[in-house]
Design a protein. Structure first.
Length: 62
C-alpha cells in the first residue's frame, strides 16, 4: 500500500514539474533565466517547483 501511494505522489510531482517547465519555456523571460529556472525545477523537483510557483517568470512571450 505504501508503494502505491508513493508511486502516485511521484507521478503527481512529475506531472507538476513538466507543467512548470512548459510554463517556463513559454514565459517572456530571457533564455538564460529560462535555463536557470528549468535547471532549478529539474534538480530540486519539489522545492524547485514551489520556488518557481511563488517567484518564477509568468506570462507568454510576445
Amino acid at each position: 500500500m505504501d508503494f502505491q501511494i508513493s508511486g502516485i505522489l511521484g507521478l503527481l510531482i512529475l506531472i507538476a514539474d513538466v507543467w512548470a517547465i512548459i510554463n517556463i519555456a513559454q514565459s517572456s523571460a530571457s533564455m538564460v533565466e529560462k535555463l536557470i529556472w528549468i535547471l532549478v525545477v529539474l534538480l530540486l523537483p519539489v522545492l524547485g517547483l514551489l520556488i518557481w510557483f511563488f517567484a518564477g517568470p509568468r506570462g507568454r512571450g510576445a
